[in-house]
Design a binder for this molecule. Structure first.
Ligand code: SF4
Length: 98
């Protein structure tokens, strides 16, 4: 079950400092929070995540914090739900969504 944002642990500082989503020239920050499902802009956001230097950290935090919204570490909320209910070792998750 997802946590309320007020109860969510703060995101690692590296995401704010090094995450490609923070200053991407072609995509607005909203691209990482699609209103419904995965539209084209969210797919583009996921592509940006693939080359992000803090991607593994981002995904690990999103899983630990049970973030229910948005694109984190290249994964959608549905992806993360699948990850948390699968038997696949955690270290393989970022490869699965490359
Ligand atoms: S992996 Fe994606 S969502 Fe996470 S910091 Fe990088 S660009 Fe942003």
């Amino acid at each position: 079950m997802a946590r309320a944002w007020a109860d969510t642990p703060p995101a690692p500082r590296e995401l704010y400092q090094e995450g490609h989503c923070r200053s991407h020239p072609d995509l607005p920050p909203e691209a990482w929070f699609p209103a419904q499902g995965l539209g084209e802009v969210a797919r583009q956001a996921r592509k940006v995540c693939r080359s992000c230097p803090v991607r593994d950290l981002c995904l690990a935090w999103a899983l630990e914090a049970q973030i229910a919204d948005g694109i984190w570490g290249g994964t959608s909320p549905t992806d993360r739900k699948w990850i948390t209910t699968s038997d696949i070792p955690a270290y393989l998750h970022s490869e699965a969504f490359a």
